[in-house]
Design a protein around this ligand. Structure first.
Ligand SMILES: *Cc1c(COP(=O)(O)O)cnc(C)c1O
Length: 363
């Protein structure tokens, strides 16, 4: 077993086998009477594709995703969105009521939510605002992990909402520093929009890195709920034992396979390019507006924007039927909104509304 997984997995779960479902027994036969399934299909399901419990990790989809992310199938766990991956990591690596995770707020809320539900402590190392953008201080995060004894450290790259892209060599250095002592989780929910190599390329040299990927954003399947944890096979096996017996519904497998067929993938890649272009135009347009204070550089499909009067901007957009994400409750973001990159037409609408805002001249 990987040194890091061995050292960090919850002690009370080391010999835990998880639920042994009928589907997990390696048996073969032609008459299946071992799972109390109905012998008859539902009348609404003439093809009888839904009658039996699905495979816990459907092999075809697992292989397709592994190919997409350029890893081996044994390095990948399919779950109900990367949200489930986050939850599994916290449950497997934090002792209930005692474990700790390190995050760099303002950041995606699920890391802290899962930790809190599990009674784990959240150690915060705030992002630093500078000329370059809102940036994670990886050295400080590493120190915080070692000082607090945290077993998980969450990085988000591209960052939500910061838009920041973390250099792979910095992630590798952090993982090296924490080897055997802390698992570095790199959430790449927006990886496709960045067009740079994934942290999965670091897995060969670092057994304490896990990467989260999802079909929710670039692949436009948010409602299907498909995400992956990618990492050392020992890590994947440990997480699988903590997961629900049948996490991937059969209709979801079919939807995901269709979305990953070569023609669909080619269109998705074109769409990424279109989003990058729209993102650049939206950012330029916003920067030219008097109501806008700052537009952060973004490697995702959204822009984090500071306004002279964020309430005013939010209200004006809403009155025009445009809903954006109010970030003002997050630390350091008291004047910020996050705007997803829509179609060119939707971006133009955002700019047109914000151009009408009156800004008091400085006295
Ligand atoms: C949207 C988002 C996710 C959630 O992904 P699902 O696969 O839909 O659960 C995970 N991480 C970040 C940073 C996100 O913004």
């Amino acid at each position: 077993m990987s040194t890091t997984v061995n050292a960090l997995l919850r002690e009370d779960l080391r010999d835990f086998g998880g639920y042994r479902s009928a589907r997990s027994e390696a048996l073969s036969g032609s008459v299946w009477l071992n799972a109390n399934e109905s012998a008859w299909a539902n009348p609404s399901d003439p093809g009888a594709t839904l009658r039996r419990y699905p495979s816990p990790q459907p092999q075809g989809l697992r292989e397709r995703l592994a190919q997409l992310y350029r890893v081996a199938p044994a390095q990948l766990l399919i779950g109900r969105g990367s949200d489930e991956g986050i939850d599994l990591l916290v449950r497997a690596f934090c002792a209930p009521g005692r474990g700790r995770i390190v995050i760099a707020p303002p950041v995606f809320g699920m890391y802290a939510v899962c930790a809190r539900l599990h009674g784990a402590e959240v150690v915060e190392v705030p992002l630093r605002d500078s000329e370059a953008g809102l940036c994670a201080d990886l050295a400080a995060m590493g120190d915080a992990a070692l000082e607090s004894g945290a077993s998980l450290l969450f990085l988000c790259s591209p960052g939500n909402p910061s838009g920041e892209l973390l250099p792979l060599d910095a992630i590798a250095a952090l993982a090296r520093h924490l080897r055997g002592r802390c698992l570095v989780v790199v959430d790449e929910a927006y990886g496709e929009y960045a067009d740079v190599p994934s942290a999965t390329t670091l897995l060969t040299d670092h057994d304490n890195i896990a990467v989260l990927r999802t079909l929710s954003k670039a692949h436009a399947l948010a409602a299907a709920r498909v995400g992956c944890v990618i990492g050392n096979p020992a890590l994947i096996e440990a997480l699988r034992r903590c997961q629900a017996p049948y996490p991937v519904p059969q209709p979801v497998v079919e939807a995901a396979l269709a979305a990953l067929a070569p023609e669909a993938l080619a269109l998705t890649r074109n769409r990424m390019q279109a989003v990058r272009e729209a993102r650049a135009r939206l950012a330029d347009g916003l920067r030219a507006l008097p109501a806008v204070r700052r537009v952060y550089p973004s490697a995702g499909n959204f822009l984090l924007v500071r306004f002279v009067d964020a309430q005013d901007a939010f209200n004006a957009l809403l009155a025009a039927g445009v809903v954006v994400r109010d970030m003002r409750a997050l630390p350091q973001l008291g004047d910020a909104l996050r705007i997803s990159v829509g179609t060119m037409e939707e971006c133009r609408r955002v700019l047109a509304v914000l151009a009408t805002l009156r800004v008091e001249a400085a006295a």
